[in-house]
Design a binder for this molecule. Structure first.
Ligand code: ZN
Length: 192
């Protein structure tokens, strides 16, 4: 699956994006998506585009900063129960949610709403962990490290919060991949 996604990303880089829904049927004869994608809601990070896939191929679960909640877990569990065997979690550079969360730690930012403040506070332990581990990191490098750590956290959260998904992984019935999408270049770097 990693090779498949890498090749899709390569096509995207070469500008050969499939755009016809029938392609999806051809690629997935069982009409079952081939992968669950867990990502940020950022408009530049649409998984179907960056991996050159059509309608029907991905089951997408996305929110700002791809924070894993019970609802996210339920969506993923539903998709996996249908027979999907892969999950791809991907963060991205220039992530507004992580940027705002870093800024809220380093300085004060004008709060948008209580809900947004609550969400940003959820990223705080991950960001503080990165800052303590790498005290010299600043700017873009710090943001990138925080996004990568947030992706690892999402994977850990999924495995911790869902015994259903944990067991599937243990039995080799499910594989969870992680990556970082570089908005600037279009490249997806697999994290592990
Ligand atoms: Zn984002």
């Amino acid at each position: 699956m990693k090779k498949f996604l890498s090749e899709g990303n390569q096509k995207f880089l070469e500008n050969r994006l499939p755009n016809h829904p029938k392609l999806a049927q051809a690629q997935t004869p069982s009409n079952l998506p081939i992968c669950v994608v867990v990502g940020c809601a950022d408009s530049r990070t649409c998984a179907e585009h960056i991996f050159s896939q059509s309608l029907g191929n991905f089951f997408s679960v996305r929110n700002a900063g791809h924070y894993v909640t019970d609802e996210v877990i339920a969506s993923i569990e539903y998709a996996i129960s249908q027979g999907i065997k892969n999950i791809m979690i991907y963060g991205h550079t220039q992530c507004g949610a992580i940027t705002a969360a870093v800024q809220s730690i380093q300085s004060s930012i004008e709060p948008i709403s209580q809900s947004v403040t609550n969400l940003l506070s959820k990223f705080e332990p991950t960001i503080r962990h990165v800052m303590e581990k790498n005290p010299k990191l600043q700017g873009e490098a710090l943001l990138r490290a925080c996004v990568e750590e947030n992706v690892r956290k999402a994977k850990n959260d999924i495995l911790e919060m869902s015994s259903y998904l944990r067991d599937k992984c243990k039995n080799n019935e499910l594989k969870i991949m992680t990556g970082l999408y570089e908005v600037e270049t279009g490249v997806v770097h697999f994290i592990d």
